[in-house]
Design a protein. Structure first.
Length: 1090
């Protein structure tokens, strides 16, 4: 048997080349071989083939085609190449006579009504028997969806098909079914351009699948390899049925006449790997084709940068469907667990992946291994590792800076090399089914890239190709939130990838559907400003009108004549109208004609029929636009006055940042704005007869999260949030529900607000509950904050340091730094008063330097700018010289149900810690508490006791619908005097209050625990885990993205008597309970003696 190559005519042009395949590759037999004269003295072999062709074989450079011979084959290095063929000669003559356009027209005519919409038929084993070939369900579905869409409009349409389900054949079927010649196909990379052009050149598998007859002609295919610069360069578009180009070759300047002319010469545009569309070059090209049918093919219509791939999703074939229908091989996950990452993780991943590759090869499977890295530096190191571990596989390195990529890929395809190390992946669209072992040395940070990458490994191929395996480090806690379920020990990648893919596509589709359902009510003008509704992101601010009806088309009657409409859209289903206006007014500083002040305004109007409210938002805050509200509703009644302040309801520990008050003077109404400490004055003014609160804004806690909220008496509510218009609509529903909630009493809100007041002396009449690092430090990851002294020249992470309150003396509060290694190692004072309001000074110990990232300064200097936060027992706070306290102090009480008496038999209640001086103490309070949670089947019981602790014990338990986080704070029975016993309660309550931050920093808590465990390597303790291990912790941290974390805090103090508590002890405990309930919504239980 011999294999004859395809007969392809190729002609170069100014911007690339034009190809036309006249005959496919043929496998046939030689029936007879003779010798014929090619010159009077030279004879060459002539084959008579079973297919009827007569072919001359030669390795001579210049041989004319003899009469009666179909073609001449040149033998070169075991390859056969057509030197000439009668089909090539005939085509060349035709092109010279009538041009390529004539050839392309005949090719397009040959496709008319020839495509058969036949579906493949599979047997009971999932195989396609001979004679039952056809298009796959996703290909048929996409083809019908395209036809339906094009029958109605030419708006951009997105087709979502996972990698390996037949996307390119769908493009070929679209070309031949709907006859859009010329079609421009744009791809991101050179390798994909060549691959796509080759498919179009032969019409791929369409004939083999029986959906096109053999007689139809192949398309004339153009490849653009250099950027068109003149109109003559665009002739390729009129000469071909399809033109394939990379985006870089078509990156025209905005408004380029060449782009518009190119679109004039095409019938449709196909964008492959269309998640690139939001990029400037892609969107610019697409805008030039706005009047033509546009198809966007992608496996991932969502991007890691959050940019929207607009275009209606007309067909979405899910990853789950591809797995169900057998187009994706199952994925096996081989996890390694190396929380510290680095070289240890690389070694473990490589060894595991190579073991799997060797096992597959021994089983007769033709598999290859791809190791993925995030940078050239990392890939270079990993290549050296694989060369050391598996030299027999001849590992190769491929990245953008290497020139011999084609040769290396040839070695990979031939099996000379079995391992390839790359940065990210081998180009989008790269097709090599033998890639079946993926080693993720650097995990992807987005779902889009993960789906593209994994798609390379799951394609169904020949019998020598088995199932895919992915090897990754599940100890990596920095994996993107969207992927955390993948990186768990028992993750079923087949199911999880399907779910993640479907959810991401659905979220994208919902936003696209909102935009697609929004009809444009005006005609797009000739303005140089092109407004895109997907880029409109309103600030969450609105007025609310009572309204039963909505007539959005009447909006223009409610607008000033000076406002020019630049774009208006209406989503009827969601009852939302949004538009942009432009106003041009004269500037005050000149009368020069043509010098105008241009102002743009975004309006969003949403009617909620359940609440019977119209929400009217405008970036122009000079008016509430009642005329506009009246026009679109028929009758609109603005909600205003005291009712507006209901928006502050359900916000705990609310602190007003500013407040405006209108007050009656002797002659007229005046207005004053108060900020910071002056808010206390504002509240006093507002309570006087004839004065009213005009506007307030502040921050607090709602549903366990920090929120910002504001409102005005006139009728506006706002937040600091900003988002898409659908997100704004959801925010309006929550705000409107508050405004209509009669159970919210405004006076109660104001009574409980926290008031900032500037003080000139430390409030020594109050009992200190806790001293905490400033919020500026608390918001930074612990491992980025390091303290340096002479004793710790390499730095001491803040993870291992405590702030310890000492006492108050002479208008100064003394506090200390404490760590396990040295105990108390530096003392400081916070002094209130003086020129700057307060100052922090170091009074003893070696000088302490604070480093955050790469910036360093003396700790005392930093704290003099960002002071430690002092919490008092009455729940007031001191931030520098700003005392924040409730307007009306409450009487704090604690319920008896909060106390639980344990049996302390066998426990030495003077021993607090389980691990002390290098030994374990089974008679300690901490071990007694740990046993309670171990016996309660908690997954993790972690001994975090020591300076910088989150709690003495951190306990985690996964349940069906939540993760329980228990933070346990232990205190031994210490003082004999009443004062000492109160001090013991203050200390343990201080620890409980400081631990509140971990409720909403759960992922950071996992890193904190891991750092504390890792530090034991330099000490003499085997582990801090009393139950569970780092592997289980990692799973729980990732599961927390899908299950809520419910915190519970336990104080364990056997020295406290449930039936014999002092009033001072009760006050301290009540303060801690109230604070944690109001902030993180968490109750405290107190374990004590009877």
């Amino acid at each position: 048997m011999v294999v004859l190559p395809p007969v392809v005519y190729e002609q170069r042009c100014s911007v690339g080349k034009i190809r036309h395949q006249l005959q496919p590759a043929i496998t046939t037999r030689v029936i007879n071989e003779t010798l014929v004269n090619v010159s009077p003295r030279i004879r060459e072999r002539l084959w008579l083939l079973e297919c009827g062709s007569r072919v001359l074989l030669t390795n001579r450079p210049n041989v004319n085609l003899p009469d009666g011979v179909d073609g001449i084959i040149h033998l070169r290095e075991d390859k056969v190449v057509w030197r000439t063929h009668r089909l090539l000669i005939d085509l060349k003559a035709r092109v010279l006579e009538s041009g390529w356009a004539d050839v392309a027209r005949d090719a397009a005519r040959s496709w008319h009504n020839q495509l058969s919409y036949r579906a493949e038929q599979r047997d009971a084993n999932g195989q396609v028997p001979t004679g039952q070939e056809g298009l796959r369900p996703p290909q048929l579905g996409a083809l019908f969806a395209i036809g339906a869409h094009w029958s109605l409009n030419t708006l951009p349409a997105t087709i979502v098909m996972p990698t390996g389900t037949g996307k390119t054949e769908t493009m070929l079927a679209t070309l031949t079914a709907y006859g859009h010649s010329t079609t421009l196909v744009v791809v991101p990379w050179d390798l994909l351009r060549q691959q796509t052009a080759n498919k179009f050149q032969s019409l791929g598998l369409l004939r083999a699948l029986g959906v096109l007859p053999n007689e139809v002609a192949n398309p004339v295919v153009g490849l653009i390899t250099s950027k068109p610069k003149t109109l003559a360069d665009l002739d390729i578009f009129t000469q071909c049925n399809v033109v394939v180009s990379t985006i870089s070759s078509l990156a025209f300047e905005a408004g380029s006449p060449l782009a518009a002319e190119m679109a004039q010469r095409c019938k449709s545009l196909i964008l492959d790997e269309a998640h690139h569309v939001p990029a400037k070059t892609w969107s610019g090209l697409r805008s030039a084709f706005h009047s033509l049918p546009i198809l966007q093919f992608t496996a991932t219509p969502f991007r890691r940068d959050g940019e929207l791939v607009d275009g209606k999703v007309i067909f979405n074939y899910s990853l789950a469907a591809a797995q169900r229908d057998g187009y994706f091989k199952p994925i096996h996950f081989e996890p390694v667990h190396q929380p510290s990452g680095g070289t240890q993780a690389d070694q473990a991943i490589a060894v595991t992946a190579l073991t799997k590759l060797r096992r597959d090869l021994n089983a007769g499977l033709n598999h290859l291994l791809l190791a993925r890295c995030s940078s050239i530096v990392r890939a270079t190191y990993v290549e050296r590792l694989y060369r050391h571990l598996a030299p027999e596989f001849q590992p190769i390195l491929i990245h953008s800076k290497i020139n011999d990529t084609e040769a290396k890929l040839a070695d990979l395809r031939s099996g000379v090399s079995r391992v390839v190390i790359c940065v990210d992946m081998l180009g989008e669209g790269f097709d090599l089914p033998e890639l079946k072992v993926a080693a993720l040395h650097d995990s992807h940070r987005s779902l889009a890239i993960t789906l593209q990458f994994i798609g390379r490994f799951t394609r169904v191929a020949g019998r020598s190709i088995g199932e895919a395996t992915v090897v990754a480090n599940i100890g990596d806690q920095d994996v993107a939130h969207s992927l955390e379920r993948l990186y768990s020990e028992d993750a079923d990648w087949n199911q999880v990838l399907s779910e993640l893919s479907s959810n991401a596509v659905r979220e994208h589709r919902e936003l696209i559907e909102f935009l697609q359902a929004s009809e444009r009510l005006d005609e797009e003008g000739d303005s140089k400003i092109s407004l895109s509704p997907q880029l409109l992101r309103p600030v969450f601010s609105t007025a609310a009108y009572r309204a039963q009806q909505f007539f959005p088309e009447r909006f223009h009657h409610g607008l000033s004549q000076q406002l020019h409409i630049e774009g208006v859209w209406l989503n009827r289903e969601m009852r939302t109208l949004y538009f942009v206006t432009r106003a041009e007014g004269r500037v005050r500083w000149t009368n020069t004609k043509g010098v105008l002040d241009r102002e743009w305004t975004l309006f969003v109007l949403h009617h909620n029929p359940e609440l019977e409210l119209l929400f009217l938002s405008s970036t122009d805050h000079s008016s509430l636009f009642p005329e506009l509200a009246e026009e679109v509703t028929g009758q609109a009644d603005l909600i205003h006055g005291e009712q507006m302040f209901r928006i502050l309801g359900h916000v705990n520990r609310l602190v007003f940042q500013n407040m405006g008050v209108k007050k009656h003077g002797r002659r007229n109404l005046s207005y004053a704005m108060y900020t910071g400490a002056d808010v206390a004055v504002a509240l006093g003014v507002a309570e006087r007869s004839g004065s009213v609160k005009n506007n307030v804004s502040g921050t607090g806690w709602e549903n366990g999260e920090r929120v910002s909220v504001g409102c005005s008496y006139k009728g506006r509510v706002w937040s600091r949030e900003q988002g898409s218009i659908p997100e704004f609509v959801h925010w309006c529903a929550a705000a409107g529900a508050k405004l209509l909630d009669d159970s919210i009493v405004v006076d109660d809100i104001i009574a409980n607000v926290l008031i900032p007041k500037e003080v000139t002396a430390f409030p020594s009449d109050r009992n200190v509950l806790a001293v905490e690092w400033p919020a500026e430090i608390m918001s930074i990851a612990e491992d980025r904050v390091v303290l340096t002294t002479r004793a710790f020249p390499n730095g001491l992470p803040i993870t291992f340091v405590d702030l310890k309150y000492l006492d108050v003396r002479d208008n100064s509060m003394r506090f200390a730094l404490n760590c396990d290694e040295t105990g108390q190692f530096a003392d400081f004072t916070l002094t209130v008063g003086g020129e700057n309001g307060f100052v922090v000074a170091q009074t003893s110990g070696e000088a302490v330097e604070l480093t955050i990232g790469k910036a360093s300064r003396a700790l005392s200097q930093y704290l003099s700018s960002y002071p430690p936060l002092v919490r008092f027992v009455d729940l007031s706070e001191l931030d520098g010289n700003m005392l924040i306290e409730p307007k009306d102090p409450r009487h704090l009480e604690i319920g008896e149900e909060r106390f639980e008496a344990w049996d302390w038999a066998g426990v030495d209640i003077t021993k607090e810690s389980y691990w002390k001086d290098g030994i374990t103490r089974a008679d300690s309070i901490q071990w007694k508490a740990a046993q309670h949670f171990i016996q309660g089947d908690f997954d993790i019981v972690f001994d975090d006791d020591g300076a910088g602790e989150a709690a003495d014990l951190v306990c985690l338990k996964e349940e069906d619908n939540r993760i329980r986080l228990a933070l346990i704070h232990c205190k031994y029975a210490g003082g004999d005097t009443p004062g000492e016993r109160v001090k013991d309660v203050v200390e343990v309550c201080s620890q409980a209050v400081r631990s509140a931050k971990w409720k909403w920093r759960f992922s950071e808590l996992g890193k904190h625990i891991q750092r504390r465990e890792d530090r034991l390597r330099s000490l003499h303790r085997p582990t801090r885990y009393l139950a569970g291990n780092g592997l289980r912790l990692n799973d729980l941290i990732k599961t927390a993205r899908f299950k809520p974390v419910e915190a519970e805090i336990l104080i364990v103090q056997p020295g406290l008597s449930a039936g014999n508590r002092t009033a001072d002890q009760n006050l301290v405990l009540a303060a801690a309970v109230a604070y944690l309930k109001e902030t993180i919504g968490c109750d405290i239980d107190i374990v004590c003696s009877g």
